[in-house]
Ligand binder design. Structure first.
Ligand code: AMP
Ligand code: GLY
Length: 425
């Protein structure tokens, strides 16, 4: 069995790790991968967004199945290109990946499917934006329509923040083409949760619930990041809530995409605000979450590959998806200076010692190998994940791993899973 995973983050290391664990004899490739994937797979030096390069490699090497991690290649149509070449690949085709690639498109689908979400107005000019803000009131949220590596959303709590966001989007054109259209959106209050689901065009099978921590600092302070940690399950997503999310959000969107002739296959990720009026969608992603995947996959007790194949073949209803009841916690270690600028190439020590801790697995994100050493190579460097008998134990196990690992300027939050712990108390 020859398998290719596209991407180089913690999510992709977790996918490679799970595929290897399910079938140690599988021949694994990761493009471009990191120092963690290199230990169990062959890294292929082709960037995740280089669809032509990936296709050329796959045509020559004929992987039995390819798993696409990040949204950029999905939105560029990597699955369409592979399928045209007779290569099986996991993820939505380009037309379905638009649920993430265009926030305005996602809103239109949600309206057609009567899925609860914040009110919004799509605008193209600063004047139109000001009119919409006057109508919706402050606080308000401004979102670039297209992909912006998680940075295109401004939650504006006051007029000064509104002005700064308008300047970013319309004067400094910080998001380029991605902000040709901008969503002005009603501000929602509540607890956030992510629900990810396997989808095979028609059937929806939610994954174990999870919650990530987007802010850099303890207590949800500081700037937004790509994610500082995650845990699973998220107690806010009770079984009842999960049923509501499936019935009111996931299934209607999947049905609407099928009705349009662009059925959705892959993982559908709903970012939700659990408001007092019920769950409302903040965004859709067309892929596994990062770092949610690092928390979720260690809990998946059934094998991953059959589920991924079933999503593409339309046979998900017949595929078992089973979970380890033990909770998991992933603490992300970042470079000093992240999410702004940060150094690269700093040596990392203690990785083996951390991984020796019971129930701990260290997923690499921004790492590279340099003559026998592992060095930092990105903003989010590692995701230290642990299982535990309860959430408290999982937290303790994860931090027991974290403290073994050292690199200059290393940062991490010390309160991952605090909401779950508060509920426990
Ligand atoms: P998104 O990329 O759309 O998930 O937005 C990034 C973050 O902005 C979310 O995780 C929320 O914390 C926040 N956010 C997005 N939309 C809203 C909204 N309508 N109301 C309040 N917060 C929001
Ligand atoms: N954890 C947020 C994301 O994957 O988009």
């Amino acid at each position: 069995m020859k398998l290719l995973v596209i991407g180089n983050g913690g999510r992709e290391h977790a996918i490679v790790w799970k595929l290897h664990r399910d079938d140690p004899s599988a021949q694994l490739f990761c493009a471009p991968g990191n120092a963690g994937t290199a230990a169990i797979a062959t890294n292929v030096p082709i960037a995740a967004k280089d669809v032509d390069g990936l296709l050329a490699w796959a045509k020559e090497n004929r992987p039995d199945f390819t798993v696409v991690g990040p949204e950029v290649p999905l939105c560029l149509g990597v699955v369409d290109a592979f399928q045209e070449a007779g290569l099986a690949a996991f993820g939505p085709v380009r037309a379905a990946a638009r649920l993430e690639g265009s926030k305005a498109f996602a809103k239109e689908v949600m309206r057609a499917a009567q899925v609860p979400t914040a009110d919004d107005v799509v605008v193209r000019t600063e004047a139109e934006a000001r009119a919409a803000i006057a109508r919706l009131g402050v606080p308000v949220v401004l979102k670039a329509d297209g992909l912006a590596a998680g940075k295109g959303v401004s939650v504006c709590m006051d007029e000064a923040q509104v002005e700064a966001a308008l300047k970013d989007m319309f004067v400094d054109a910080k998001f380029g083409d991605s902000a040709r259209e901008v969503l002005v959106e009603q501000y929602l209050e509540g607890e956030e949760a992510s629900v990810l689901a396997f989808v095979d065009g028609a059937t929806v099978v939610p994954l174990a619930s999870s919650q990530d921590h987007k802010r850099l600092l303890d207590g949800d302070e500081g700037p937004n990041t790509g994610g500082m940690g995650a845990y699973s399950p998220a107690p806010a997503v009770t079984p009842d809530m999960m049923a509501v999310v499936k019935a009111q959000v996931l299934q209607p969107v999947v049905d609407e995409m099928a009705r349009r002739g662009t059925p959705y296959h892959g993982v559908l990720y709903a970012g939700l605000m659990l408001t007092k009026d019920g769950p409302k969608v903040l965004e859709f992603n067309c892929r596994f979450g990062d770092p949610e995947t690092e928390a979720i996959l260690p809990r998946l007790s059934s094998p991953l590959l059959p589920a991924l194949r079933a999503c593409m073949d339309g046979t998900l209803a017949d595929c078992p998806v089973e979970w380890d009841p033990r909770p998991s916690v992933c603490v992300v270690m970042v470079s000093g200076g992240y999410p702004e600028s940060y150094p690269k190439g700093l040596p990392i020590s203690g990785l083996e010692e951390a991984a020796k801790q019971e129930n701990v697995v260290v997923f690499h994100a921004g790492t590279a190998s340099r003559i026998g050493a592992v060095v930092t190579d990105g903003g989010r460097v590692l995701g230290v994940t642990a299982l535990g008998g309860d959430i408290r134990e999982a937290v303790d196990n994860a931090y027991r791993g974290v403290i073994k690992i050292k690199f200059d300027g290393a940062g991490y939050r010390s309160d991952i899973a605090h909401r779950a712990l508060e509920r426990l108390a």
